[in-house]
Structures are given as structure tokens and as C-alpha cells.
Design a protein around this ligand. Sequence first.
Ligand code: GN1
Ligand code: MG
Length: 354
Amino acid sequence: MIDFIRQQVLPRFGVTASAKVSPLGNGHINDTFLVRWPEGEFVLQRLNTEVFTQPHALVCNAQKVAKHLQAKHEAGEYHLSVVQPVPDSQGELALDLGEQGFWRAITYLPFSHSIEVVADAAQAESAAKAFGHFSRALSDLDASKLEDVIPKFHHLPGRITQLQEAVAKDSLGRLKGCQAWVDFALSQGKLLSELSEIEAQLPPRVCHNDTKINNMLFDKRNMSSMAIIDLDTCMQGHLMYDFGDMVRTFTSPEAEDSTNLVKIEVREPIFAAICRGYLSELGEVLSDVERESLWLGARVICLMIGVRFLTDHLNGDVYFHIHHENHNLERAANQFTLYKSLLAQGESLKAYLK
Ligand code: GN1
Ligand code: MG
């Protein structure tokens, strides 16, 4: 892949083939590289067009969001750095190389650093405040101006149906090895009824839709929050899911694919720090129902990603990149364990949202 990038992709961006190209980050969908040459650097991605079937819509959405944030940044109203699209030599935001993929470049921020596990409450509060700041800055961007790049992305009933379909097919005979987790996932119907009651009352918002801790760049020099990356799934949605993905990825002391299940639990001080940070930016923006929905969003996101990993395991790992056998099953077990901890600690956690 790296040779192909040097020879076929970089020249299209006017970059010399002698540039240094190295894999970057831990994304599960796209292939991401850091490209460095004597005069500059950028991040290059090959978009996964099985997942993002409308890559033009994706780059267009990301550009609209980046423009909006950059204008606020220049007006002194947005304090984080903004990752910008880098056009190719023809001025295009993305390069369609047919069979060889769909490529795009974005700016690289010097001194940036990403993490997989939150170290302490101060780090959680800073990152949650930054995600809140991001959403506040986007609260005056008309959500209907963004394309729905993945329809029904955060839609638990649809994700449960996909799991049921995968179970019915059991195309690789993997069901017997994960029946207990399937039964567990399908026993959470109560959450679906709660969701259907509340969701209809929520206003549409421009959401990030993937507020994982590793989509927050920290400044290596002082570990302050620097920028929010991965604008690929920015589209209309509900803020409870952005809150939920922070809870999902900040509160566990273990990484998303850790198999050390006994150590997985919601760290209450981190949960409290997320609430403080997020609400310090969005407290005035959220409607009463939205604020009430945050606890629901946390539970739905944890359960839903467990369901998505389990579905992909049954389907033969066709969606999320895996690095070893049963990787998606391990991720699912991890996320269901975290979800159980959320439920068990519900009474004390909910209090932080009051
Ligand atoms: C995927 O590729 P990445 O890591 O940004 C996924 C998210 C999941 C996440 C789980 C388009 O995000 O929805 O929450 O993995 N993105 C897509 O880690 O499906
Ligand atoms: Mg993403």
C-alpha cells in the first residue's frame, strides 16, 4: 500500500514520491497515513467505500463543518484548532482512483497526540468540555444542510434487527461460540421502549457521532485539548449519542478491545468529570428533554456498539478492521461488560446530570 501511495497518490497532491509515509492512528474503518516531506506534512486517508458509500457527501460535510468552525475560530469564538481538508493539485477535496480507492488529505497538527484510555478526571473534563465546545459552536449550523452519510447510523432498533439477521444466517457457524452474548443483547428490550418514548422529543442537531477519546487530539507539550478530528460522521443526530460515546470511551480503565473483563467498569469520578466538562459548555444550549436524554444516550451507545461488534463477528468481520481472530467478539464482550456496569451504577451516576 505504501509504495502505491508514493507512486500513484502523492503526485496527485503535488508531493514528491520520496516523502515518508507511515500508518497513523487506530481507526476501524478507513486507512490512515501520515505523510511527511522536507517542506510539509499531511494526513492521507483511503476512505472505506463499503462503509461510506457516498464519499463525496462525506468530504463535503466535513468541509462545511470545518469552514463553520474556522470562521468561529478566527472570530475568537472557537478555541480549538480546526483540521482542514487539503485539496489535490486539481483543487478537488477527494481523489477517486476507481478500483484503487477514494483518497483525501487533511491537515496534520504538529505536537498533537491521541490516547486510547483516559488517565484521570482532569483529562476527561478537558476532553468533554472540548466536545461540548465543538457542539456549541455548531449549534447555529443548520443540520439539514449536512448529508446523511450513513442513514440510521445511531439507530438501536435497526442495529438489533441486523444482529437478528446475522444470527438467523449464522453464515460462518460462529453463533454457538457467542450465544450467551446474543441472548444478553436481545434481552434489552426495555431500553428500546424507553428510547422510542424520548427520541421523538429531541431536536435535530449537528452531531459529531464518533466522540471516542481517540478522536480528541491533545497537545503533547501540556496535554491540553487541541482539536477534534474525524469529522466523517458529522451529520444530523441527537447530542445524547455524543455524550454516550464519551461515557463509553472515557470511563473504562481498559481499552475498547481489552479482554481483561474483570477490570472493566465505569469509573465514577471520570463520569462525573464528563458531566461537568460537557455541561459547562452546553448547559444553556440543551433543552430539558435533551438534558434528561443524556443518561439514556450513554446506555444506548454502549449496548449498540456491543451489538454492532457482535453482528460483525457473526457476519465474518466485514465491517470493522480486525487484527486477530475473534477480535470483534472480544470487543463486543468488552462493551457489553461496560454496559452492565453502567446499569449497575445507574442510580449514583444519574445524579451527576441533575
Ligand atoms: C468506528 O473508525 P472509527 O474508529 O473512527 C465506527 C464508530 C464506532 C467505532 C468503535 C463509521 O469508528 O461508529 O463507534 O468504530 N465508525 C463507523 O470504536 O462505523
Ligand atoms: Mg470515525
